[in-house]
Design a protein around this ligand. Structure first.
Ligand code: NCD
Ligand code: ZN
Ligand code: ZN
Length: 353
């Protein structure tokens, strides 16, 4: 029973069905394994385009969208919101095609070399200015992996440097381009978003709200806690929590659930990414609960995202119960397995309906 009269914490909450504004579902057999988790929790999800080869055209986005529908229950109401992968040569006409299609919700900027499958990404944002001009004109948001990639920039400073060296001038040059600073990990990024115009927003992952870099590096190296942008120090995690629970509508849920097979994670040169989609809203509920801010969860998970993207909130609700459950050691992932966040450990919240 929800309990607002006393100080004892609620044992269950009902919220408008959430959306995931940053999600990797991969393709092929892996897609079939992971996308049903999101389809069962979320009304919609922004589908990241960093496949091999990347999803650079509306035509590719359309067939990827069909593959997603083919991988979920026919009766599901889940809507995948597709994105295009921006390259140095994405023509402005492709933006018009994308908007006309009605199936493309945003364009994703990966600085070349910044993260998984970003080799075809942008080498110099100036090369994209005509395309960004068209996006600004047509109201198509730009989603940004905000890290610089120079070898000489420390990995823990790459987000802050991206703000100073790239983002400040980008939002100045395109003041009415909708920009989502994806998966922010620092107080610098949270401050930048707060101080920017209403055209600038950010997603925050559950794992960056729940963990700091000690969780990756103390007591042995934890490859399943390695993601990009990398986990930061505790003061940054605290700043992200403050932003997420602030009620500021610029911050919304984006899990960045990024499954990689066990053998691609547990190796000498492991891939970046955590698999969280199997318990997305439960992990956020835990983070908000830890901050005594469960009453702020719905706005973050279910209202702020649609508001920024110009969509209606979902019309149905989900209920979460305070109930400890043990996460499986692994989930199927195509012919392989993926190790989920909290494998073999517990999560404090569970969806009941
Ligand atoms: C993502 C992936 O594996 O696709 N990895 C990650 O660590 N977040 C890519 C990304 O979102 O940067
Ligand atoms: Zn990214
Ligand atoms: Zn991502």
């Amino acid at each position: 029973m929800p309990n607002s009269q006393t100080t004892s914490p609620p044992s269950s909450i009902s919220i408008i069905r959430p959306d995931d504004w940053h999600l990797h579902v991969r393709d092929g057999a892996g897609l079939k394994s992971v996308v049903p988790f999101t389809a069962s929790q979320c009304g919609r999800a922004i589908i990241m385009p960093n496949l091999t080869p990347p999803v650079t055209t509306t035509e590719q986005a359309s067939s990827y969208r069909q593959a997603i529908f083919d991988a979920i229950d026919k009766n599901s109401n889940f809507q995948p919101l597709m994105t295009l992968y921006l390259t140095d040569t994405t023509p402005p006409e492709e933006i018009e095609t994308a908007v006309d299609s009605g199936i493309v919700s945003a364009v994703k900027l990966y600085p070349a070399g910044a993260t998984t499958n970003s080799d075809a990404g942008v080498t110099d944002i100036k090369k994209c200015y005509q395309t960004l001009e068209m996006m600004q004109k047509l109201g198509l948001p730009l989603l940004v992996h905000g890290e610089v990639t120079h070898q000489d920039i420390d990995i823990f400073d790459r987000e802050k440097k991206f703000i100073d060296q790239r983002l400040v001038s980008l939002v100045k040059d395109f003041p009415e381009l909708k920009v989502v600073f994806e998966h922010i990990t620092t107080s610098d990024a949270a401050d930048f978003v707060i101080q920017s115009s209403s055209y600038v927003a950010a997603t925050i992952t559950a794992h960056h709200l729940l963990m700091n870099r000690n969780d990756m590096l103390v007591g042995g190296i934890k490859p399943h806690h390695y993601c990009l942008p990398i986990l930061k120090r505790e003061t940054h995690r605290e700043a992200l929590i403050r932003a997420a629970i602030s009620g500021n509508n610029k911050f919304f849920m984006g899990t960045d659930s990024a499954p990689h097979s066990k053998h691609n994670k547990e190796t000498a040169c492991g891939c970046a990414g955590m698999f969280t989609a199997f318990a997305a809203i439960e992990l956020y509920a835990e983070a908000f609960d830890n901050a005594d801010a469960l009453d702020k969860l719905e706005q973050f998970s279910s209202l702020n995202g649609p508001l920024f993207y110009g969509l209606e909130a979902n019309s149905d609700k989900i209920t979460l119960q305070r109930e400890k459950w043990t996460v499986p050691d692994a989930f199927d992932f195509g012919d392989d397995v993926v190790i989920p966040l909290r494998a073999g450990q517990t999560i404090n919240w569970k969806i009941t309906s």
